[in-house]
Design a protein around this ligand. Structure first.
Ligand code: SAH
Length: 349
């Protein structure tokens, strides 16, 4: 029995799962000085090393010793698609066989990566295909960050300059792992907090807690309606998070100097696209440093909604602008490869 027991090997430790501090204490337990942990982080986050073996700054001996008890996990690139407008969509496989999508959006001098925070999503917004999957599981912090590490490797020598948590999942419903990921994106990937945006379906408690726990990043709110009745019909999360409470949390949200909260508004024909809606929206956002991104609905298989015609979209925008709101119409990028807002389903049926 004893012999048999000995042949069963201990599972190896995934070094990517640790924060910088945790890694230093782990290395200390293994009699390695703190600077080894810092070297490790540099090679993994900035120098595209995909294994302990690849950290050539470590001696061969050290690499072999580490590899006996530890390893470095990586996302598997399962598929890459490029849209006519240059948007790229990556399908990444996770260690347990689940998968997520990330979308690379090149734009002037920026390279924005839209990353996922969950496999699937529990919010069940009726216009979004990710919601149809339900929640399969939360991503771990390292899996969230790994989407950026992998993308950086794939586009090298270019680098991701901006990150938006707007892919699959509701980031504030996976709060602790997302907060961890935000710190690592800032400290290890060295992306400035001004270039990181978290988008939420509007979980009030999470919006309140975020500035206390995470770096001061930009906030985007998927508002999508101007009355609770309509909002509740298209976004079940609105039942527990009424518009007044949501906007109140936005008013209290500490913004960086000169920054505004982004309000996303999916335009659904005949549902939330009337001139009255535009006027109500202007009134609701009074006093909040805000900008509005109007997103004409992106259709997907079996969707019950339609996109309003351009005339309606632009007159909606005109009403907001007449009320002194900054409002953009977002051209949906990557729709031909199902990489646009609300079209991510990572190959799931
Ligand atoms: N759960 C977060 C992150 C997802 S962001 C959130 O809700 O903010 C996805 C953005 O795309 C949201 O603003 C959402 O309102 C928008 N969206 C979802 N489905 C869409 C669709 N079919 N067409 C256009 N925009 C959509």
């Amino acid at each position: 029995m004893v012999l048999l027991y000995k042949t069963i090997s201990m599972p190896k430790t995934n070094l990517k799962a640790f924060s910088g501090q945790e890694l230093e204490s782990l290395f200390r337990e293994w009699d390695l000085p703190a600077f080894r942990a810092r070297q490790f982080l540099h090679w993994i986050y900035e120098r595209h090393a995909v294994s302990i073996e690849g950290i050539t700054e470590f001696s061969k001996d050290l690499r072999e010793k580490l590899a006996e008890k530890a390893y470095v996990s990586n996302l598997a690139l399962l598929e890459k698609r490029i849209a006519d407008d240059g948007t790229e969509k990556f399908l990444f496989g996770l260690e347990d066989g689940e998968s997520v999508e990330s979308v690379l959006i090149p734009d002037d001098n920026r390279l924005t990566l839209c990353i996922s925070s969950q496999v699937g999503c529990a919010m069940r917004c009726r216009f979004c295909i990710t919601g149809k999957l339900g929640l399969r599981r939360n991503l771990r912090a390292f899996e969230i960050v790994d989407q950026i590490i992998s993308a950086n490797r794939l586009i090298s020598p270019r680098r991701i300059t901006n990150v938006v948590l707007m892919g699959m999942g509701e980031p504030l419903a996976n709060f602790d792992e997302v907060v961890q990921a935000l710190w690592r994106i800032r400290e290890h990937l060295k992306i400035s907090k001004r270039r990181i945006t978290l988008s939420t379906a509007g979980i009030v408690a999470g919006i309140r807690e975020l500035p206390e726990r995470a770096p001061r990043i930009n906030l985007a709110i998927s508002l999508n309606a101007t009355t609770d009745a309509v909002r509740q019909r298209i976004m079940p999360v609105a039942k527990a998070n009424p518009i007044t409470a949501l906007l109140d949390a936005c008013r209290r949200f500490p913004l960086q100097r000169g920054r505004r909260i982004t309000f996303e508004y999916v335009l659904l024909k005949g549902v939330n696209d009337t001139s009255e809606d535009a006027k109500r929206l202007t009134a609701l956002l009074k006093g909040i440093p805000a900008k509005v991104n109007l997103i004409p609905f992106n259709p997907h298989e079996g969707s019950e909604f339609q996109r309003p015609d351009d005339e309606r979209v632009f007159s909606f925008q005109a009403i907001l602008m007449a009320g002194n709101l900054t409002a953009f119409v977002r051209k949906s990028k990557g729709a031909d490869i199902l990489a646009a807002c609300g079209q991510l389903k990572a190959g799931y049926r």
